[in-house]
Design a protein around this ligand. Structure first.
Ligand SMILES: [Zn+2]
Ligand SMILES: [Zn+2]
Length: 263
């Protein structure tokens, strides 16, 4: 499926989305061989953040229970990857979403994520109007198209929040609380949700969104982003597998097959 799709997306003469150089029509994700992005292959099993060691979980995930099930992302938030996200957000380069989402859809399939529908982190309406689009929504729609999983607009940003990246954790949580809401009248009962955003750094937004979806009746929420930041490891890396409550009971069948098709 991905092969056919990449042919559709790469007509003659298309350029590499990173260096603007000539691109082989078969190149996945619109990135040429020279610019090939290194996949994040060592990450926390819970929050998906890059780890330096073979530990199963990063330090925060060993002690804090999160609302989301897992976070998965193809890349680490640094270098060209960071630049791509920046360009998607601020340069009106909405075309990038279709290429970036190819990597995300592949990660969703490879990680065997399951979902009844895809949701996305909302933008405050004024901000969306200024930017012209919500980059998380663009990515979600492309991932949905590639995997045949429906995308639903279920979350609302009801209050504008300043950039929270440099704030202390409790300040971020305080600010985000009450700034997000689930759109009323949607039946989430028993639904598995895949929440899409461009990047997962502090995790506060994704965690708040997941909490709201769970409170509204969703069975579980997984998160898919283009990149995750590096985990900050202060405690000795150990395998704390036993301390995290793994969801027990019925094992859900994946809704994606190996080619990314909905089963
Ligand atoms: Zn290139
Ligand atoms: Zn973690």
């Amino acid at each position: 499926m991905f092969k056919t799709l990449s042919k559709m997306l790469f007509p003659e003469g298309i350029k590499c989305i990173i260096c603007d150089g000539e691109l082989d029509a078969e190149r996945f994700g619109g990135v040429c061989a020279r610019c090939e992005l290194k996949q994040n292959d060592r990450f926390c099993d819970k929050c998906g953040r890059a780890l330096k060691t073979q530990a199963k979980y990063c330090a925060p995930c060993q002690s804090v229970r999160q609302n989301f099930e897992v976070v998965r992302a193809p890349f680490v938030y640094e270098g060209e990857v960071k630049h791509l996200i920046y360009r998607l957000k601020y340069g009106n380069n909405r075309f990038l979403a279709q290429y970036m989402a190819q990597f995300m859809a592949k990660t969703a399939v490879d990680s065997e994520l399951t979902a009844d529908f895809i949701a996305f982190v909302p933008l405050f309406p004024c901000k969306k109007k200024r930017r012209g689009y919500n980059q998380a929504e663009l990515l979600a729609k492309e991932v949905g198209r590639l995997t045949d999983v429906p995308v639903a607009d279920v979350l609302d940003k009801v209050k504008e929040t300043k950039n929270t990246a440099r704030m202390r954790k409790y300040q971020r949580i305080d600010l985000l609380k009450n700034s997000l809401a689930v759109i009323p009248g949607i039946d989430f009962a028993g639904k598995a949700v895949l929440l899409v955003d461009d990047v997962f750094t502090t995790g506060t937004t994704a965690n708040e969104c997941a909490g709201l979806l769970l409170a509204a009746g969703a069975e579980r929420v997984s998160v898919l982003t283009f990149a995750t930041s590096k985990a900050f490891i202060k405690v000795a890396d150990m395998d704390f597998a036993g301390t995290l409550k793994q969801e027990k009971g019925k094992r859900k069948k994946s809704i994606f097959d190996k080619r990314g098709k909905l089963l």
